[in-house]
Design a protein. Structure first.
Length: 205
């Protein structure tokens, strides 16, 4: 069930990336954020309730709440035109916590692939903090990073897990993908287009 959620996190990041690029209306995207936010809150509750106290299962499920509350927060904010400051500072907290999930995957769970993926998610949430809490003019840059991550951290891994091909992605391949992605993010920042209008400030994640 969590893998299905991962697949649809890719969908909401894809949509929100276009929203930040000014291609999708914020309220329209807000509705879909509520759909995925609800899914990513219901799913970990179900997993935790049926985990029979297994701490590794509970730990894995707990990370889904970070996504669920983000998208619910974003959806409500977009639909009500509420200030995005709260979403921004929440994103800072999540960004820091995501580093912890990355280290736990790398060191304790020995899941190097998702250790790298959690680092990329941490970076994206930090961009949301800069955009929404600090009002940095990085809408287009954040939009492009969200679009890229929607595929390489969510949609493709989720699909490969569902068709039982995730094992074909070796740790070396994942490290190359991660390193190349951060290099691409740096290049995008250097050559990013001019920021879009601040009217899209309420349109995030």
């Amino acid at each position: 069930m969590s893998t299905v959620g991962l697949l649809y996190v890719g969908a909401v990041l894809f949509l929100n990336g276009f929203m930040l690029l000014g291609k999708v209306d914020g309220k329209s995207a807000g509705i879909f954020n509520l759909f995925i936010g609800g899914l990513q809150v219901f799913t970990p509750i179900f997993i935790i309730v049926t985990a029979n106290g297994d701490l590794s299962t509970i730990f894995s499920a707990s990370g889904l709440f970070l996504f669920g509350f983000t998208y619910l927060y974003v959806g409500i904010t977009n639909l009500t035109n509420t200030s995005t400051t709260g979403v921004g500072y929440y994103s800072l907290w999540v960004s820091i916590l995501a580093i912890g999930y990355s280290l736990a995957n790398l060191i304790y769970l020995e899941d190097l692939k998702f250790g790298v993926i959690w680092l990329m998610w941490s970076y994206l949430w930090f961009l949301f903090y800069l955009l929404l809490a600090k009002n940095k003019p990085i809408e287009k840059y954040t939009g492009w990073v969200a679009l890229i991550q929607s595929w390489i951290t969510c949609t493709i891994p989720g699909f490969l897990i569902l068709v039982d091909l995730w094992g074909a992605i070796t740790n070396t391949i994942m490290f190359v993908i991660g390193g190349t992605s951060f290099l691409l993010f740096a290049l995008l920042y250097m050559f990013k287009q001019a920021p879009i209008s601040r009217k899209h400030l309420n349109e995030t994640v």
